[in-house]
Design a binder for this molecule. Structure first.
Ligand code: PAF
Length: 286
């Protein structure tokens, strides 16, 4: 496994593979890797001949009061995990390689990025779209893989790629969970023991909501029950708990779910923000 720090070195490796007729899969990450990230590399390996993982903590997707300076980082462990996962190349650029002096372009995705996490983190998806657009241009992969834990991010990236006619396939990887169902996240490392116990309820509550919706229960009473269950479990600060269309995050009516949908939740536990989502697989047929 090679580690490169410059766009030039990244392109030299990728171009060499391409000349040999090999395809390339990219797994973008911000480091502090867990099994969820490893699964992105595994997917990239399954979908392409060569895999590239990027490690870059992107300052443009953090707000002024967010955790950019304390974001977890363990470069040695990250490289070990990527090597074990069969990653061919790691791209770990310095901030100035990505955003040299004078940089002033950003990508905006409108409606999709304005709801759910976009409502409370207005800077976030612009920062994500900009860095992902750059990484796709820098690496020029055939396929890039994103996790379904950040489901809204996945849809925003798909939209950007379609809208900007970018020649890359966007693949998704299912959420990887801890034994108690908590969705793996680099930010789980911030949780105290007590918060970690509370955190385990999040997936249970949204899974239960999804199951009720699949049975035909109506959206509003189901979500009200779930909000009460989250409060009961110890979540004092629910940012959102919503059911939206799985393809375009469209808001659903007040009655039973009649289309492919997902339950989306974001909560703040102490100073840690957790997000999760759960598919509503059937819904009442139209
Ligand atoms: O999901 C993440 O880790 C980040 O948002 C991404 C896609 C690597 C962009 O910085």
């Amino acid at each position: 496994m090679r580690v490169v720090r410059t766009i030039k070195a990244l392109r030299a490796s990728v171009d060499g593979w391409r000349k040999n007729g090999q395809t390339i899969g990219l797994a973008p990450t911000m480091g502090a890797l867990h099994d969820g990230h490893v699964s992105l590399v595994t997917h990239a390996n399954n979908l392409a001949d060569r895999s590239v993982a990027s490690i870059f903590v992107n300052p443009r997707q953090f707000g002024p009061r967010e955790d950019l300076t304390t974001y977890p980082c363990d470069a040695a462990s990250d490289l070990e995990k990527l090597n074990a996962a069969g990653c061919d190349l790691v791209f770990a650029p310095a901030p100035t390689e990505v955003y040299p002096p004078g940089f002033q372009t950003s990508i905006g995705v409108d409606t999709l990025a304005s709801v759910l996490c976009g409502a409370s983190r207005p800077h976030f998806f612009g920062g994500v779209a900009t860095i992902v657009c750059k990484l796709l241009n820098q690496c020029r992969p055939d396929v890039a893989v994103f996790g379904e834990k950040d489901y809204q991010q996945l849809l925003v990236i798909r939209r950007m790629v379609k809208d900007l006619d970018m020649d890359v396939a966007i693949a998704s990887a299912p959420i990887v969970r801890e034994k108690d169902g908590l969705a793996m996240s680099s930010r789980n490392a911030y949780l105290t023991d007590v918060e970690r116990q509370i955190a385990a309820s999040l997936n249970r509550v949204i899974a239960e909501a999804a199951a009720r919706l699949e049975q035909g229960d109506e959206v509003e009473p189901t979500l009200n029950n779930s909000r009460a269950a989250l409060a009961e479990a110890g979540f004092e600060n629910i940012d959102y708990l919503e059911v939206r269309g799985a393809e375009d995050l469209s808001p659903l009516g007040l009655g039973a779910v009649k289309q492919s949908a997902r339950v989306f939740a974001a909560v703040n536990l102490g100073s840690t923000r957790l997000i999760d989502n759960w598919p509503v697989t059937s819904g009442t047929s139209v």
